[in-house]
Design a binder for this molecule. Structure first.
Ligand SMILES: Cc1cc2nc3c(=O)[nH]c(=O)nc-3n(C[C@H](O)[C@H](O)[C@H](O)COP(=O)(O)OP(=O)(O)OC[C@H]3O[C@@H](n4cnc5c(N)ncnc54)[C@H](O)[C@@H]3O)c2cc1C
Length: 318
C-alpha cells in the first residue's frame, strides 16, 4: 500500500470530477503510484441535477454519482492514501519531473500529470453583476433554483445550460424570461421545442438578440435586469428577483500558466486523441481541454485515454 509522502509518484491527477476519477481508476488498477488531488469528489456533476444520459442508470443525480466515484476509488485505496484533499496552486517542471504545489503548502513530485480541473462559469461583466452576486445573481440554477420559488426570474444565455435552467425554473418560479444575445437559441432542439410550447402557453417569454446590460437592485437584492434589444436599440427594464447567468464556461488553467501549454482561443488546453499536450508527460482530460462535447461520459472517456497514455509514458520514463 502506498504512503502519501514526498517520494516521486508515477502519476498525479488533478481534479476529482468524472475525468480525474476515471483516470484514477485506470492508474490505480494499473498499479501505478498514483496521487489524486482535489477537494471533493464529483466535480460539476454535483451541480448537474438529474442525470439521464449516463448508461446503466435511467436516472441518477450528481450527488449519487459523486458518492459512487468516491466509493470506487476507496475500493482500490481504502486508507485514502492515493487522495490528497487540497487544491493545486501551481505546477511546474523541475528537471524531468513535475512539481505540484498545493494551496495548503504541501508539494509533490511526479513523472506524469493528468490535468482535469474542468471549468468555471463565464461572467457577464456588467454593472450590478458582482454587487448582487448571491443576492439574486446566480450561476447555478440546479443549486439555487429552489430559492426562487414563486419569484420572477431571468435566465441569461441561449445554449444548453440556459435551456436546461429555463425548463427547470418553469416548475419553480412565478415567471421565467430567457434572454439570448444571439438571434437564435442554440441549445438542444428538444429543449427549445419544449420552451417554445411553454411560451405559447404563456409560461415563459423568450427574447433573442437581447444584450443584458445591467443588473439593478435595492441595495440588498436584485429587483431588475436591463436588456437592450439589439435590433431596435431599445433598453427594456424587466422586474425580476433572480438572474441566472448561463453563458458558458471558462477552463481552469491558472495553476498551469507557467508550463507553456498550447491553448485555443477560448483558453482550452490543446490536445489530441492520446490526450497528450505540447509538454511531454503532461496529459489532459475533460472539460478543461479542447474537445467539443462537455459531458460526463466524454470527460470519463478522455480520463481513460489520458491514463492509458500516461501509463505508457511512465513505462518509458528515463
Ligand atoms: C448545470 C450543469 C448541468 C450539467 N448536466 C449534465 C448532464 O445532465 N449530463 C452530462 O453528461 N453532463 C452534464 N453537465 C456537464 C458535466 O458535468 C461536465 O462535462 C463534467 O462534469 C466534466 O468533467 P471534468 O472531470 O472534466 O470536470 P469537472 O466535473 O468540472 O471536475 C473538475 C474538478 O476539478 C476541481 N479543480 C479545479 N481546480 C482545481 C485545482 N486547482 N486543484 C484541484 N482540483 C481542482 C474542480 O473543483 C472540480 O471538482 C452539466 C454541467 C453543468 C454545469
Amino acid at each position: 500500500m502506498q504512503e502519501l509522502n514526498n517520494s516521486i509518484y508515477d502519476i498525479i491527477i488533478v481534479g476529482l470530477g468524472p475525468a480525474g476519477v476515471t483516470a484514477g481508476l485506470y492508474s490505480l488498477r494499473n498499479n501505478l503510484k498514483t496521487l489524486m488531488i482535489g477537494e471533493t469528489f464529483g466535480g460539476a456533476t454535483l451541480v448537474s441535477g438529474e442525470i439521464e444520459n449516463w448508461p446503466g442508470a435511467v436516472n441518477t443525480n450528481g450527488f449519487e454519482m459523486a458518492e459512487k466515484f468516491e466509493e470506487q476509488i476507496r475500493h482500490y485505496s481504502p486508507d485514502e492514501s492515493c487522495i490528497k484533499r487540497s487544491l493545486v496552486k501551481t505546477i511546474d517542471k523541475q528537471g524531468n519531473l513535475f512539481r505540484v504545489l498545493n494551496k495548503d503548502g504541501t508539494e509533490f513530485f511526479s513523472k506524469a500529470v493528468i490535468y482535469s480541473t474542468g471549468s468555471e462559469s463565464r461572467k457577464l461583466n456588467i454593472p450590478g453583476e458582482q454587487e448582487y452576486r448571491n443576492k439574486g445573481v446566480t450561476y447555478c440554477a440546479t443549486c439555487d433554483g429552489p430559492l426562487y420559488r414563486n419569484k420572477d426570474v431571468a435566465i441569461i444565455g441561449g445554449g444548453n445550460s440556459a435551456m436546461k435552467a429555463s425548463l427547470m425554473m418553469l416548475n419553480i418560479a412565478k415567471s421565467v424570461i430567457v434572454v439570448s444575445i444571439n438571434p437564435q437559441f442554440s441549445g438542444e432542439q428538444i429543449s427549445i421545442k419544449q420552451l417554445e410550447k411553454a411560451e405559447k402557453e404563456g409560461k415563459v417569454r423568450m427574447i433573442v438578440s437581447g444584450k443584458t446590460s445591467e443588473v439593478r437592485g435595492n441595495g440588498k437584492f436584485v429587483d431588475k435586469v436591463v436588456v437592450e434589444h439589439v435590433d431596435t436599440g431599445v433598453a427594456e427594464e424587466i422586474a425580476v428577483q433572480g438572474v441566472f447567468v448561463e453563458i458558458g464556461l471558462i477552463p481552469i488553467t491558472e495553476p498551469v500558466k507557467e508550463l507553456g501549454l498550447k491553448m485555443n482561443r477560448i483558453g482550452e488546453i490543446e490536445t489530441n486523441r492520446e490526450m497528450t499536450t505540447n509538454v511531454p508527460g503532461f496529459f489532459v482530460a475533460g472539460d478543461v481541454c479542447d474537445v467539443r462535447d462537455k459531458q460526463i461520459i466524454v470527460a470519463s472517456a478522455l480520463g481513460c485515454t489520458a491514463a492509458l497514455s500516461a501509463a505508457e509514458y511512465v513505462q518509458n520514463f528515463e
